[in-house]
Ligand binder design. Structure first.
Ligand SMILES: [Zn+2]
Length: 270
């Protein structure tokens, strides 16, 4: 695809170790298993994801879904998966399409986000919008039952480590990337990175091509970060998932892909 220097809105939820085989799960049609005990729920195309991380000491969720309907689908899946409670929710960003389902899980789940997330959520809260979304369908009305704004219980600065059972989750603040409080989550033992959104940086363009597979191969080989039409990023190949940029880039929907074992992209480090 053709890229020009300038301001880009980029978005990427996570990247994975290459070679990981996704297998169908009994959790539902939109769930994928990334690694043992790590699952992603990806609803509609361009919607945000929810990640379920099982630990010996309970569940960690990354984000709560595009809408409370998604949150409730995750609740149903969790019932099939475990009797363990959701202990922590980590926000990759404070925007409502990642956080509106907090009320479904918390309390008792403890919500963790970077400093600034609570202020951002409070400022953005708009009861009229919530009412409108809840009224969209009887199904949505049901999903929004009991809605209230639930903001983070803990806000960290720059870096935080969460140790839970056998898992270690490292949270990194992504400065000036997409929102006031973007977080990437790295699981060092599992070598899984959940990178949040990236925005507004000037990339050094090394290579442009119309071949999506060539781009994927180059990224897999460690050449760098790439922007791809979302359709090309989600088609069969290395398991990469995406979420919607804000605002949505209309044509084409864009995804960022990145090699698993490199440090965060220039955008993510910005
Ligand atoms: Zn956002």
């Amino acid at each position: 695809m053709k890229l020009k220097r300038g301001s880009f809105l980029l978005s990427l939820v996570y990247l994975l170790a290459f070679g990981v085989q996704l297998s169908a799960q009994d959790l539902g049609p939109h769930f994928k298993k990334l690694k043992e005990g790590i699952y992603v729920y990806a609803g509609q195309l361009n919607d945000s994801n929810v990640t379920i991380i099982q630990t010996q000491e309970g569940i960690v969720l990354i984000d709560t879904g595009q809408t409370p309907k998604d949150s409730r689908i995750v609740v149903a899946a969790l019932k099939k998966l475990t009797s363990e409670p959701v202990r922590y929710i980590i926000h990759t960003e404070p925007h409502s399409d990642h956080t509106v389902g907090n009320f479904v899980f918390s309390p008792p789940a403890i919500i963790v986000a970077h400093q600034g997330a609570t202020d951002s959520m409070r400022k953005a809260e708009n009861p009229a919008t919530i009412e409108k979304r809840a009224a969209a369908s009887p199904e949505m009305q049901e999903a929004y039952k009991g809605y209230r704004l639930v903001t983070p219980n803990l806000e960290y600065r720059d870096k935080m480590t969460l140790n839970l059972g056998e898992r270690t989750l490292e949270l990194y603040y992504l400065k000036n990337v997409h929102s006031e409080a973007d977080t990437a989550i790295w699981l060092p033992k599992e070598r899984v990175l959940f990178a949040a959104s990236a925005a507004g940086f000037t990339p050094r363009i090394r290579f442009e091509t119309h071949s999506a597979m060539a781009i994927r191969d180059l990224v897999a080989a460690g050449v760098g970060v790439a922007l791809l039409a979302r359709s090309a990023a989600v088609c069969p190949g290395p398991p990469i998932a995406t979420h919607a940029p804000h605002p949505v880039i209309p044509h084409p929907p864009i995804a960022v892909i990145h090699r698993r074992d490199r440090s965060l992209s220039p955008a993510a480090r910005a």
